[in-house]
Design a protein around this ligand. Structure first.
Ligand code: FO1
Length: 315
């Protein structure tokens, strides 16, 4: 069974870990959003790639949701004494990832090559790939003009009201990967429970990725990042409210529209199943809140079994 999972950071990374524990290394490719990437202190930082790598490797800090467990902060503390740019917290262990990535990129390697070298260094055998080797940068329009993603999310604590989004560079970016279609035995595309606007849409803004999903011969199944009227992590619910949309899984179903064949909603949102099915999208009600590896494994298995029962919808 071959699966391509599309993922952002925290929430997506948890399901990516579950999928990596259910599927063999040659059965899974995790495609990560790179719209959050940025240059900081002379380093190329790729937060979603790193969140997925750390989660799959079992190195993630579960409580914080990003970065590594057992982290120390000597670099950051020292930087603060120098009035350096310390608003974006880089832990000592995490720092090595950014330094080495930047060195390999400067030596001419692609982001895909660099990511697989870093993943291998952490003992990962599954494929974790950036959505593109060309830079794509998510920007948000606020009353203060267009902000880069990390400026909005970390520096401004996601407080400014968002009026619009854009994915700079996406239209000219090329998708990574060549194998994921039905002729290669692809069983499903899985859209992880990530923020649709900030994590998945940047991937879908790369024309070849959107085209691959539009031309799919295997079903696309998403897991709703909205549970019981809120986002488990991040600012998906805040964005929905600012866009005057209802904070529920039906909005997620509508958002992906024709690209979606099935949606997994949380048990707490079972009441939305009928509304989503009316859109022609199959629904699985499951426990989607992942607090442990057992939860991640159960959800990953449920998503794969669900995908095996549904067809690509006819539009
Ligand atoms: N998120 C924060 O809210 N504050 C931080 O200081 C921060 C640092 C950071 C460092 C490395 C990394 O890989 C991720 C980091 N994140 C931080 C998370 C990141 O900004 C977002 O969670 C993702 O970009 C959204 O998926």
């Amino acid at each position: 069974m071959r699966v391509v999972a599309l993922s952002g950071g925290v929430g997506g990374a948890k399901l990516a870990r579950g999928l990596s524990r259910e599927l063999a290394p040659d059965e899974l490719v995790v495609v990560c959003n790179t719209g959050d990437d940025f240059e900081h202190l002379g380093l190329t930082i790729c937060p979603d790639l790193d969140s997925v790598v750390y989660a799959v490797a079992g190195l993630a800090d579960e409580a914080r949701g990003w970065g590594r467990a057992n982290e120390t902060w000597n670099f950051l503390d020292t930087l603060r004494t120098m009035d350096g740019e310390s608003w974006f917290q880089l832990g000592d262990r995490d720092l090595a990832q950014h330094v080495q990535r930047t060195a390999w990129l400067r030596a001419g390697e692609s982001l895909q090559e660099v990511t697989s070298r870093l993943a291998r260094a952490h003992g990962i055998r599954h494929a974790i790939v950036p959505m593109s080797n060309q830079p794509v940068r998510t920007q948000l329009e606020t009353a203060n003009g267009w902000l880069d993603f990390q400026t909005y999310f970390v520096r401004e604590r996601a407080a400014p009201v968002v009026q619009a989004l854009r994915y700079v560079g996406a239209a000219d970016a090329l998708a990574t990967l060549s194998w994921p279609d039905a002729s290669d035995g692809l069983a499903a595309f899985v859209i992880c429970p990530s923020n649709p606007y900030l994590s998945i849409d940047p991937i879908l803004a790369v024309p070849q990725w959107r085209h691959r999903l539009q031309q799919r011969q295997a079903p696309v199944v998403a897991v709703s990042p909205i549970v019981a009227g809120d986002a488990l992590k991040g600012c998906a619910a805040k964005l929905l409210r600012e866009f005057d949309l209802a904070v529920n899984p039906a909005t997620i179903a509508n958002h992906y529209g024709d690209l979606l064949d099935g949606l997994v909603v949380d048990q707490q949102d079972a009441a939305f199943a009928a509304q989503i099915e009316k859109l022609g999208i199959a629904v699985l009600v499951a426990q989607t809140v992942m607090r442990s590896d057992a939860d991640r494994d159960i959800l990953a298995r449920a998503v794969l079994e669900f995908a095996a029962t549904i067809d690509v919808r006819q539009s």
